[in-house]
Design a protein around this ligand. Structure first.
Ligand SMILES: NC(=O)c1ccc[n+]([C@@H]2O[C@H](COP(=O)([O-])OP(=O)(O)OC[C@H]3O[C@@H](n4cnc5c(N)ncnc54)[C@H](O)[C@@H]3O)[C@@H](O)[C@H]2O)c1
Length: 254
């Protein structure tokens, strides 16, 4: 029997990268998957992989920064499955700059994508979890929610706030049966990560300098973050709540 047998699990941003790896891994452990993404083709592709491997699920096209979209997505899950046991808030957007170079529009885009999306999904789903005898929530923060980095003003602000929102919600809801944790990945080889390098003047130099900050001497894989998310979402971590778990090859160890 799988670790998540029969549980209904929502993964946001499941069309690519870490979210895709997590949705596929959770399905492998018996979860009924709700694949959420703003890009239909990407979400459908993840769902197709899940189904090819014999698991069950649906794709719900959703912009998780939009309150109406989130409510509609949750209604769809309610109508299909009647419960939500696991929520992985994974959507995040990059493109940060130094504070003096950040337009109001860019600030809002990053704060909404990384932080408001988590608030909206939690606000809408927690009441259902409370009625259903609990659940688990895992947020994808970042090592940039734990330590600062050059020219990452809005992203660091959003991810730092996400770490503390995770802890704060754990304080409110753990005694009521909802454990809430976050993972803090460092550099993980995903499409966003590739775009980040491509946007730099000297991608190879940036790649080398980031690699040197990892004691493990490599970048991570989405599947390695998925394992940590799976553990936090499952009963295997039953006494763990309010934690910001680095998944970073040792980057924050020095
Ligand atoms: N890749 C890294 O190195 C890294 C490091 C630390 C933290 N993270 C965090 O991990 C998470 C996933 O990153 P990734 O690299 O896998 O990204 P990715 O770009 O590969 O995937 C993100 C997915 O989210 C979807 N998405 C974007 N905005 C959305 C919205 N408003 N509503 C619904 N879906 C939306 C995209 O369509 C895409 O499928 C993000 O929160 C990111 O900040 C990534």
């Amino acid at each position: 029997m799988g670790l998540l047998e029969g549980k209904v699990a929502i993964v946001t941003g499941a069309g690519s990268g870490i979210g895709k790896a997590t949705a596929i891994r959770m399905a492998q452990e018996g979860a009924i998957m709700v694949v959420v993404d703003i890009v239909p083709d990407a979400g459908q592709e993840t769902l197709a992989t899940i189904k090819e491997r014999g698991a069950e699920g649906i794709f719900v096209e959703t912009d998780v920064t939009n309150c109406d979209h989130v409510e509609r997505m949750v209604d769809t899950v309610k109508n299909n499955y009647g419960q939500i046991n696991i929520l992985h808030n994974n959507v995040g957007v990059g493109g940060s700059k130094a504070a003096h170079d950040t337009s109001e529009e860019n600030w809002d885009r990053i704060i909404n994508g990384c932080l408001k999306s988590v608030f909206l999904c939690c606000r809408t789903i927690i009441p259902m979890m409370l009625k259903n005898a609990g659940g688990t929530i895992v947020n994808t923060a970042s090592v940039l929610g734990l330590v600062a980095s050059p020219k990452q003003s809005a992203y660091c602000a959003a991810k730092g706030a996400m770490v503390l929102l995770t802890k704060q919600m754990a304080v409110d809801y753990s005694a009521l049966g909802i454990r809430i944790n976050c993972v803090c990945p460092s550099d993980i080889s995903t499409p966003t990560h590739q775009r980040f390098f491509a946007s730099r003047e000297d991608p190879e130099a940036v790649r080398r300098s980031l690699m040197e900050r990892h004691p493990i001497n490599r970048f991570g894989k989405p599947e390695e973050v998925a394992e940590a998310v799976l553990w936090l979402a499952s009963d295997s971590s039953s006494f763990v709540t309010g934690v910001a778990l680095p998944v970073d090859g040792g980057l924050t160890a020095w």
